[in-house]
Design a protein around this ligand. Structure first.
Ligand code: CA
Length: 425
């Protein structure tokens, strides 16, 4: 089932370099400005940003019938997304038509084209959505096994609930920031195994978590549930999600209620929201779930996505290195199951909520999605090109995550989420 906006033969009159993440088949939405303040809704195409507020003002969306054009001038995509999938899909299809090489409407309208297309190098990207609530799942079996092996018991690495429900917890929304935002090393309580009392200071075991997050685009009321079959009606799109973690703080604080200050100081996201429609051609089967899951978690069809993921560490000086190559297809629990589970008790969801996958680790050692696993708790440091080594992330390091799908010569990418770590205050 290939949507017409996904046709590999489509070409745009806007120049798209061959390794671009943003061909005409992608058309992700984001929030940008050119002066740091007057934010608008944009779509990425090649190395340009298409300003939807200009197109709306110039009546290019008249056929889509959007009553209030202010949705294109907001600080976040929430009001646009809240128009509903019928409208947002129609806008995306209209943009696909306008950018098509056979369509002259915008191509030959020099006045509007000059205002509407802005080089990416000239824009600042902002948080794509205002996040009301954030859930952090724990849905990669390899990650859960690695952590269970390290901290508990290699023979019982998964806790008894793990294959019966997508484990998750509610995270902090206020500290989710967009790519390019520096983060400050957190301070907190830690306690060495052989110490009698805890001490206070900067975290020494600062880590990334390689995750993807989906953003919901439709509300439910309290008491309502979403089925696995209907879940995609509620999913607007995806971003890359770096769920920063302070492992030493986490180890001391997390019993019995789970992660708290070790996780809530920052999470970083990529600025472009890739729609679930753009990812249609990249669906793959998930792993076989054994034992059989309860009826409300059963699903039909291909619900995993073949998305190549990578993490690089760039030291302040010297050469960087890709330290992890993973794939979103490794998830044991898929997004439909996550949303069904999130709402099975009647918990209501809102437009702009974020649901992170949990660290995405594969089977191979270089596919582990955190330093905790890559350096195996610091026992196997990673060698950097400049001769230094990394057990965890150091001050001055920039962590860069990238994601893309590729098939039939079409590359659907997410750009990147890039975050520099500054010393503790
Ligand atoms: Ca996480």
């Amino acid at each position: 089932m290939s949507h017409k906006t996904q046709d590999p033969s489509l070409k745009s009159w806007v120049e798209v370099p061959s390794h671009s993440d943003f061909p005409i088949q992608n058309l992700p939405f984001g929030i940008f400005s050119t002066d740091g303040k007057n934010t608008r809704v944009g779509v990425a195409i090649g190395e340009q940003v298409l300003d939807l507020s200009v197109l709306a003002e110039e009546s290019f969306f008249d056929e889509v019938a959007i009553e209030d054009l202010s949705v294109f001038y907001e600080e976040a995509l929430n009001p646009f997304i809240a128009l509903g999938k019928e409208v947002t899909k129609a806008v995306r299809e209209r943009i696909s038509d306008l950018l098509n090489q056979t369509n002259s409407e915008l191509r030959d309208n020099e006045r509007v084209r000059k205002d509407a297309l802005i080089p990416m190098s000239r824009v600042q990207m902002h948080m794509p959505v205002k996040v009301g609530d954030y859930t952090d799942f724990y849905s990669s079996e390899e990650h859960a096994r690695n952590v269970g092996t390290m901290f508990r018991d290699p023979d019982n690495a998964l806790l008894p609930n793990w294959k019966h429900l997508p484990v998750g917890y509610h995270g902090r929304a206020s500290s989710i920031v967009v790519s390019g935002t520096d983060i400050i090393r957190p301070k907190g309580q830690t306690k060495a195994d052989d110490a009698e009392k805890p001490t206070f200071g900067p975290s020494r075991l600062l880590d990334f978590e390689l995750e993807m997050a989906f953003i919901t685009g439709k509300e439910t009321r309290m008491g309502e549930s979403i089925s696995t079959a209907n879940a995609e009606e509620y999913i607007f799109g995806f971003v890359i999600f770096n769920d920063w973690s302070a492992r030493d703080i986490q180890k001391w604080e997390y019993v019995p209620l789970g992660p708290f200050l070790a996780k809530n100081f920052a999470s970083s996201v990529s600025p472009w929201v890739v729609t679930i429609e753009a990812l249609e051609p990249y669906r793959v089967e998930g792993p076989k779930q054994e034992p059989e899951v309860l009826p409300y978690l059963q699903y039909e069809g291909k619900k995993n996505f073949d998305l190549n993921l990578e993490v690089a560490i760039q030291p302040e000086k010297g050469e960087g290195k890709v330290v992890c190559r993973s794939n979103f297809r490794h998830m044991y629990w898929n997004v439909n199951q996550q949303l069904a589970h999130q709402t099975v008790n009647g918990c209501n969801i809102k437009v702009g909520d974020m649901y992170a996958s949990g660290t995405i680790s594969g089977k191979d050692k270089d596919s582990y999605g955190s330093m905790l696993e890559l350096s195996w708790r610091g026992t196997q440091p990673i060698q950097m090109p400049d001769g230094s080594e990394r057990k965890f992330i150091l001050d001055g390091d920039t962590v860069i995550m990238r994601a893309h799908a590729e098939k039939d010569g079409v590359r659907i990418g997410f750009g990147e989420v890039r975050t520099k770590v500054l010393p503790a205050k």
